[in-house]
Design a protein around this ligand. Structure first.
Ligand code: ADP
Ligand code: MG
Length: 252
């Protein structure tokens, strides 16, 4: 479904990605790990249209994503969360989800202006879907609260809900467990597996929390200094000498 080939990204003299390849199939759950500064978020930033690569290709279902704008890429079915949470200030939890959902509206501008029956039905459907997603992520009771007043772990879950509200076929999560406590992480693992099954999603997960990555990903790619060091299942990656060297001193 997603095919990244020979992707290179430079920032001035810095090579953030150097000939990176990755393939993601329908319904796959793929981990992307590596030390800080390895180039992981850069991969997401290229796929989602925020960075332009120096060379290489990114295609979804055989069509290139390069040169499309971020909202067009979202329209093709790609959604993401950010390493640094980016919720809308001054909006409630529910409004944050509704803003995202309106990008998937099916009525035209005229319908919106004249508030046709179709428009009303769409509004109702979107409200129901937003509520269901919030409920699934344990945020329904918080729906009227200011989004940025939520505890950190809940803000991270809300970011995922907001991405899901755009009905992606590919979901990219950038360090979703960062700042979460152990109970929240266990919950998050279950949720990631559940949304993948329920919504038939492909998921790429960047994460430093090794138990989470190793526990749920079918395949894991390891980046270091913009180069893919290894790729395989948890056992293969854990035993790879290059991976161990890159993570020297850290528990895998
Ligand atoms: P990771 O997510 O693996 O920690 P990043 O992809 O964020 O790493 O960054 C990879 C490298 O590219 C780092 O050295 C980082 O400083 C650099 N980098 C990322 N984005 C930019 C940018 N917009 N401008 C300049 N350098 C960047
Ligand atoms: Mg990062």
């Amino acid at each position: 479904m997603l095919e990244i080939s020979k992707l290179s990204v430079r920032f001035g003299g810095l090579v953030a990605l150097d000939g990176f390849d990755l393939q993601v199939g329908d319904g796959e759950l793929i981990g992307l790990i590596g030390p800080n500064g390895a180039g992981k978020s850069t991969v997401f930033n290229v796929i989602s249209g925020l960075y332009s690569p120096a060379s290489g290709s990114v295609a979804l279902n055989g069509r290139t994503l390069l040169a499309l704008k971020p909202f067009e890429i979202n329209g093709r079915g790609v959604a993401r969360t950010f390493q640094n949470i980016r919720l809308f200030r001054g909006l409630t939890v529910l409004e944050n989800v509704q803003v995202a959902k309106h990008r998937t509206h099916e009525y035209g501008l005229l319908g919106a202006m004249t508030r046709t029956r179709r428009f009303e039905a769409d509004e109702q459907r979107m409200a129901t879907e937003a509520s269901q997603l919030l409920d699934m992520f344990g945020l329904y009771d918080r729906r009227m609260e200011d989004a940025v007043s939520l505890p950190y772990g809940e803000q991270r879950r809300l970011e995922i809900v907001r991405a899901l509200a755009t009905k992606p076929q590919l979901l990219m999560l950038d360090e979703p467990a960062a700042g979460m406590n152990p109970a929240e992480i266990t919950d998050l693992m279950r949720l990631i597996v559940e949304i993948r099954e329920r919504f038939k999603l492909s998921i790429v997960l960047i994460e430093h929390h090794m138990q989470l990555v190793m526990g749920i990903c079918q395949r894991i790619a390891v980046l270091d200094f913009g180069v893919k060091l290894a790729e395989g299942n948890a056992d293969t990656v854990k035993r790879d000498p290059r991976v161990l060297a890159a993570y020297l001193g850290e528990a895998l």
